[in-house]
Design a protein around this ligand. Structure first.
Ligand code: HEC
Length: 227
């Protein structure tokens, strides 16, 4: 009973916090992030060959990328040096990053969990750069960020070029979301299998229950006939 009252009092606060969360997310682009293996592979390529110049992915091994269907030869080209067990290190050292940008570029493996909006946050960040009249890249979404416009979005000259970079940003976002929890697809698959098994079991139990009930009814009729 006490718990019901606590829930009733908590309700307005919960509604308020949900509304606050929604409004703080309105600045994030409302896009659909692809979740195909192809998108993950394309995203992996950009992250490992471009983002990893400055960022590490300390919780992702080249072996995990092989699990996405990326061939060992391709991983070798991306810098694995045949060491599938090694994690994806940043090409720039911490000191270089601090000297160049004044901050250390953060590790990206868990970033999708650390930023509200996850994949949509990355997409918005990468496609929010604009060119000022004097040709500088500017970003309203994250004013003062030390990261340059790495995809060159602000310098894109045509709509087609912009769309291509937006697609690339979506793939990057998909990959970084996957990287934060690489076993999620397996867990989802397992969930479907478990639900399937439980469904079949429920049907079997239902048929069994019907049979038992029919036998009981018959036995009761028989006993009544004798009485
Ligand atoms: C030339 C170096 C460089 C490259 C390449 C680079 N970044 Fe960054 N990035 C930085 C730096 C420096 C920061 C820290 C910025 C700050 O805190 O002001 C940063 C920060 C970030 C952040 C954190 C922003 C936040 O909310 O705190 C994300 C996410 C990110 N980068 C994603 C990417 C992705 C994705 C790529 C590849 C497409 C990439 N970066 C490529 C230098 C780089």
């Amino acid at each position: 009973m006490k718990r019901i009252w606590v829930n009733i009092f908590a309700l307005p606060f919960l509604c308020f916090s949900a509304a606050a969360q929604a409004s703080s997310n309105t600045s994030l682009a409302n896009v659909t992030i692809p979740n195909t293996q192809d998108a993950l592979r394309r995203g992996a390529e950009t992250v490992v060959t471009l983002c990893a110049s400055c960022h590490s992915l300390n919780y992702i091994r080249y072996r995990d990328l092989a699990g996405l269907g990326i061939l060992p030869e391709t991983l070798e080209e991306w810098g694995s040096q045949g060491e599938l067990n090694s994690t994806i290190a940043s090409y720039a050292s911490t000191e270089t990053s601090r000297e160049t940008f004044g901050v250390v570029s953060p590790d990206l493996s868990m970033m999708a969990l650390a930023r509200k909006g996850g994949a949509r946050y990355f997409y918005t960040l990468l496609t929010a750069y604009h060119e000022t009249p004097d040709g500088e890249a500017e970003i309203h979404f994250f004013p003062g960020i030390a990261m340059p416009d790495v995809l060159g979005y602000s310098a894109a000259e045509s709509d087609a070029e912009k769309t291509a970079l937006e697609d690339q940003a979506k793939d990057i976002a998909a990959f970084l979301e996957w990287a934060a929890d690489p076993s999620a697809p397996f867990r989802q698959q397992l969930g479907f299998i478990v639900m399937g098994v439980l469904g079949v079991q429920t049907c079997l139990f239902y048929v069994w229950k019907k049979r038992v009930r029919r036998r009981l009814d018959k036995a009761t009729d028989h006993a009544d006939g004798h009485a």
